[in-house]
Design a protein around this ligand. Structure first.
Ligand code: URA
Length: 220
């Protein structure tokens, strides 16, 4: 039998499989957020990244651009990644929700936390996305992400920064503070929470290095 041409094995071609899933997501009408979104925000980054970051859902800027974490929270996330020598080229970033959750107040759309029904409706897409990516390590950013991927009863301030078994999703998973939460604080508290996120990302970097060593296949 002739060798399969490089890149046609679906097991190897994460990027093509993610593209196909992104097309399905773009046509989704499974929950009412389909009616209010500008566009879906599927996720982006290195499709072979050992580290995947899973946030809550798109906000206004993400809904406008179609890209995850591009607003103020995204800038803080980038800064905390960079403090550990990590850029977006090294990771893959996505969210639990692929559409912006918002309420209209005073004629303006304002971001709101995702509703349980919306997270349930979107979950099959996230599960499939992570099944394609198969990262070694996941950082679950903020409560909705950590409740979806780690523990529905997780308490973020007490339990962030703790490594857990990643189960079906990955080798190791950790909940970290959401940069939008950090931005809601000022002064010393802001600095303390920001440093926690930097430290937790540093711990993830080390975990990836450690997990890669363990993942080395034996020569024979
Ligand atoms: N917050 C998130 O959780 N995800 C985004 O993409 C942007 C802000």
């Amino acid at each position: 039998m002739a060798d399969e041409p490089t890149g046609t094995n679906p097991e190897q071609n994460h990027a093509a499989r993610l593209d196909a899933l992104a097309i399905q997501v773009a046509g989704c009408t499974a929950c009412p957020l389909a009616a209010t979104r500008t566009q879906t925000v599927f996720g982006e980054g290195n499709p072979d990244a050992p580290l995947v970051i899973v946030g809550e859902g798109p906000g206004e800027q993400e809904d406008q651009t179609g890209r995850p974490f591009v607003g103020r929270a995204g800038m803080l996330l980038d800064e905390c990644l960079l403090a550990n020598g990590i850029t977006r080229k090294h990771v893959y970033i996505c969210n639990v929700l692929k559409c912006r959750a918002c309420i209209i107040e005073g004629g303006r759309a304002r971001n709101r936390p995702p509703a349980p029904d919306e997270m349930r409706a979107c979950y099959p897409f996230l599960a499939e996305q992570l099944g394609i990516l198969r990262p070694l390590v996941i950082l679950s950013v903020g409560a909705p992400s950590a409740k979806t991927l780690i523990d529905p009863d997780i308490r973020m301030l007490q339990q962030r920064g703790q490594w857990r078994d990643g189960g079906a999703y990955c080798r190791h998973i950790m909940a970290v503070l959401h940069p939008a939460f950090i931005l809601r604080h000022g002064g010393e508290e802001f600095q303390r929470f920001r440093q926690m996120l930097i430290d937790d990302i540093g711990s993830a970097r080390r975990k990836v290095i450690e997990a890669k060593k363990q993942a080395q296949p034996a020569l024979f």
